[in-house]
Design a protein around this ligand. Structure first.
Ligand code: NAP
Length: 185
């Protein structure tokens, strides 16, 4: 069955964005990180032509909005795009499906359909709702302390142990790519 993969950049202290939603604190994308993404997850780059892992992307409204503010209504046109929101116009773009229902039920149904893995793009609120449906975490761990901001997931305290699948230091950027799966396989 296809997996739900939360593929996301995080600070060392677990933040995916600043309190105002910006992400400048990660700094510019270093060549080594760019090369890694292009090689392993090319479809996570806007305008990509090649798909290696994902054919579908899920976004919360907060994750979709920066693109919207920049005038981009279909940021990942090469993927099946779903945005969870009760406030965005469902007709915003023919290439984007705005989902108003329960993300958990939606993901369970989506996993039954044939296809590549499903990219949970973010953000922290949607990841919290979908936490128990996530099969794999791919964290681009950046050597920066944000101090505060938007957390990787906004879940309440509820520890869950995972299994390390991969740890790849990328080089001069100091970014470490961490891949974790479910503890029981
Ligand atoms: N570092 C990274 O790689 C990365 C990746 C992605 C995002 N981000 C950042 O994360 C931030 C957005 O994260 P966020 O946590 O604020 O928002 P989010 O999870 O992207 O979106 C939350 C919104 O999704 C909608 N939603 C609908 N059903 C939901 C449900 N059951 N559970 C949760 N949300 C539901 C709601 O929109 P309505 O109010 O319209 O109903 C809710 O306000 C942005 O700043 C973005 O830049 C960073």
């Amino acid at each position: 069955m296809r997996k739900l993969v939360y593929y996301v950049a995080s600070s060392l202290d677990g933040f995916i964005a600043a309190p105002d939603g910006s992400w400048d604190f990660f700094g510019p994308v270093h060549d080594d990180l760019g090369a890694f993404i292009t090689d392993r997850y090319p479809e996570t780059l806007p305008g990509a032509r090649e798909k290696r892992v994902f054919d579908t992307v899920l976004m919360g409204r907060g994750t979709y909005e920066p693109a919207l503010k920049a005038g981009v209504t279909s940021p990942y046109a090469h993927l099946d795009q779903y945005v969870f929101s009760s406030t965005i116009d469902p007709g915003i773009d023919p290439a984007v499906t705005v989902e108003t229902g329960d993300p958990v039920a939606f993901v369970r149904e989506l996993k039954q359909r044939p296809g590549r893995d499903i990219w949970l793009c973010g953000g922290g609120a949607l990841a919290a709702t979908l936490r128990d449906e996530i099969d794999e975490f791919v964290i681009k761990l950046n050597p920066v302390l944000a101090g505060n901001g938007i957390r990787l997931t906004t879940s309440p305290y509820d520890p869950r142990r995972l299994t390390l699948l991969e740890a790849t230091p990328l080089g001069a950027s100091g970014v470490v790519l961490l891949r974790y799966g479910l503890a029981d396989g």
